[in-house]
Write a protein that binds this ligand. Structure first.
Ligand code: ZN
Length: 160
């Protein structure tokens, strides 16, 4: 069968950034299972997988707008160091959930000075053009229960 909305799909993939560096891969582990058409994958990749079938092999280049978004300067904020006074071992790369008024957002500490801390709410892959190498391993219809839950059950999925 061909991949369509509500297909359960298993893919092997390798993801590289603009410089050809491997960011993520299923090589050496189980394929990635996802429920097609529910936003489980980034938009630009899911769109290319529609209509494909087991054994198909694709190279997909996804622009930031269809991936993790453009880099946005406005998502970097300087915060008074005092705001972090209850954290003993503040260091670069630490992640915090903050309330921005639009709900909780994950931010990463990108700079620390004596009195200020710069946090960044951009996704680590924002602004990056993504290159996927994908092989489709399995396609099946989702069960009614999977559709109700919005995720895959069984091998590669939830086991609850
Ligand atoms: Zn479930």
């Amino acid at each position: 069968m061909r991949i369509a909305k509500n297909s359960v799909v298993a893919i092997d993939y390798t993801l590289k950034d603009d410089d050809g560096m491997v960011i993520d891969t299923s090589d050496g582990s189980e394929p990635l299972f996802y429920l097609h058409g529910t936003g489980g994958l980034i938009v630009g990749l899911e769109r290319e997988l529609s209509g494909k079938q087991v054994g198909d092999h694709l190279q997909v280049v996804v622009a930031p707008v269809d991936g993790y978004g453009e880099w946005n300067d406005a998502l970097q904020h300087d915060v008074s160091r005092e705001e972090f006074s209850d954290i003993d071992d503040l260091e670069l790369g630490m992640e915090f959930e903050v309330d921005t008024g639009d709900g909780p957002t994950l931010v990463t500490v990108v700079e620390i000075s004596d009195d200020m801390v710069t946090v960044d709410g951009n996704h680590p892959l924002a602004g990056v053009t993504l290159s996927f190498d994908v092989t489709i391993r399995d396609v099946r219809e989702a069960t009614a229960e999977e559709l109700a839950h919005g995720h895959v059950h069984g091998p590669g999925g939830h086991s609850h």
